[in-house]
Design a protein around this ligand. Structure first.
Ligand SMILES: Nc1ncnc2c1ncn2[C@@H]1O[C@H](COP(=O)(O)OP(=O)(O)O)[C@@H](O)[C@H]1O
Ligand SMILES: *[C@@H]1O[C@H](CO)[C@@H](O)[C@H](O)[C@H]1NC(C)=O
Length: 324
């Protein structure tokens, strides 16, 4: 069991601590655009190929960093060119990579994605090095974890590692923001108890509760079910409808509306939302939850209006000062 204040890696110089620490995934997206999806055994020509930076953990970290948060990414990539490029991408975004590990034992996580002209896709994800991030790695990072304001976790790494990260944060009084994505039906009960904020989308809420979630009203009911499992706050994102919120201190579900925008590419909208929420929890803790969610809605709305995942995430400089 992780206690707070365990000896971590000793530092030569005292640097300002990261306020937002993400313990999660990095994935390289390999995207091919084709007229139609290939059949089994078939080789077809596509008209465009590009490589993108993804993985829910890194996406959320990048969005928080672009809003001005001091961030640290605790994750594992391969000792390969994709891993080297990923570390460079994190640095370019001003994220600390002090605890971004590289392993020879697996390749950097990768998602092979084929998208046809109708926007339909087939995707194969190989989590690779992400699954090798372990509790020993977390212990080495104990000093950054214990000094953070907010820790963010998802489920694209080994669940036991996420659980240990959340436990370490909780024991140090660090606020936990948990995004149960991709969702699993039999999520361990400790995940709920360890979540100060539990944030998922409608399909994840369906998987976790077994309820149908296709309206704000149904999302409110699902949020109450999740709240009863022990989270302090539950947020369910609703695409263009904004999100629902409910908390132990105000257990009446509330719909946080947003201004609908015309979406160009919604990939990674949920990660933009979670990254923005992490920023507000760390840097504007005295705002009401509703106000933080309204602002997170507005930031995620910007991200759906241009193509790509991280490439669509706005910077502080591009946003109205009233959001800060
Ligand atoms: N068309 C839209 N107009 C305005 N905001 C949007 C739109 N689509 C998504 N958003 C914002 O992005 C957030 C996440 O979107 P959602 O579709 O729920 O997540 P996911 O990326 O997990 O599918 C929403 O809560 C909302 O704030
Ligand atoms: C919710 O997020 C998952 C990824 O975890 C995604 O596959 C799914 O399409 C999203 N659902 C909605 C309703 O946005």
């Amino acid at each position: 069991m992780a206690a707070c204040g365990e000896p971590g890696k000793q530092r030569q110089e005292e640097v300002a601590a990261a306020a937002v620490v993400v313990v999660g995934s990095c994935m390289t997206d390999l995207v091919s655009l084709t007229a139609r999806l290939p059949k089994i055994g078939e080789t077809i020509h596509g008209h465009k190929f590009f490589i993108g930076f993804g993985g829910k953990g890194a996406n959320q970290c990048v969005q928080a960093a672009r809003l001005g948060a001091k961030t640290s990414m605790v994750c594992k990539v391969g000792k390969d060119s994709f891993g080297n490029d990923y570390i460079e991408n994190l640095k370019q975004n001003g994220i600390s990579t002090e605890f971004t590990y590289q392993t020879k034992d697996a390749a950097t996580g990768a998602a092979s994605i084929i998208v046809n002209d109708e926007g339909q896709n087939i995707i194969v994800i190989v989590a690779g090095a992400n699954l090798l991030l372990n509790t020993e790695d977390l212990r080495e990072a104990a000093s950054v974890i214990s000094r953070a304001k907010v820790m963010v976790c998802q489920l694209e790494i080994t669940p036991a590692t996420s659980l240990e990260a959340l436990t370490m944060a909780r024991n140090c009084g660090v606020k936990t923001l948990f995004n149960p994505a991709p969702a699993i039906a039999d999520l361990a009960p400790q995940f709920y108890a360890l979540s100060d904020v539990f944030c998922c989308n409608e399909s994840e809420a369906e998987i976790l509760t077994g309820l149908t979630v296709s309206s704000p009203e149904e999302a409110g009911k699902a949020a109450l079910v999740l709240l009863r499992r022990g989270c302090q706050v539950v947020v369910i994102t609703l695409g263009a409808e904004g999100c629902m919120m409910v908390s132990q201190t105000d257990p009446v579900p509330k719909h946080v509306h947003t201004e609908k925008v015309k979406a160009v590419d919604t990939t990674g909208a949920g990660d933009s939302f979670v990254g923005a929420l992490a920023f507000y929890l760390a840097y504007h803790p005295h705002l009401s939850l509703e106000e933080m969610l309204q602002r997170s809605n507005r930031i995620a709305a910007v991200s759906v209006q241009t193509a790509g995942t991280q490439t669509s995430y706005p910077f502080k400089e591009d946003l109205p000062p009233t959001l800060f």
